[in-house]
Write a protein that binds this ligand. Structure first.
Ligand code: AMP
Ligand code: ZN
Length: 114
């Protein structure tokens, strides 16, 4: 199911262009348009969910598939250390309300986050 007003649904359907890194029938990975690291890939369910928590509620296996794809892509892109990030809600920095996992790599990251 998709939401016709959703930016990431439009990327999944090809209505809006993106640099797709990998896609299967359940998950799509594409480059973030404003990269925060040399590697910054967004990994999303093809189906529309507003948050990753909603993905977990509806299809727990899909959460695993998203994390599995992040790890596979990190290895393919040649990074041993990487950061994955899920922003849930506006105060946490979520700006696109189609669930996504950020995969960031290619530089060192500070902790705690800002
Ligand atoms: P978040 O702030 O966690 O919701 O992350 C949304 C991410 O989507 C941000 O890092 C944006 O840079 C990214 N983004 C917004 N529009 C696009 C687009 N058209 N193609 C690729 N990434 C996008
Ligand atoms: Zn969507």
């Amino acid at each position: 199911m998709s939401d016709q007003n959703c930016l990431f649904c439009k990327i999944v359907s090809g209505q809006i262009p993106a640099t797709i890194i990998e896609k299967n029938d359940r998950v799509t990975a594409f480059n973030d348009i404003t990269p925060q690291a040399p590697i910054h890939v967004l990994i999303i369910p093809n189906q529309h969910f507003t948050t990753m928590a909603q993905v977990a509620e509806n299809d727990l296996k899909l959460v695993g598939e998203i994390i599995e794809m992040a790890d596979k892509l990190a290895k393919q892109l040649g990074v041993q250390s990487y950061r994955t990030n899920i922003n849930t809600g506006a105060d946490a920095g979520q700006s696109v309300f189609h669930a996504h996992l950020h995969l960031l790599g290619g530089r060192a990251f500070a902790w705690p986050p800002g």
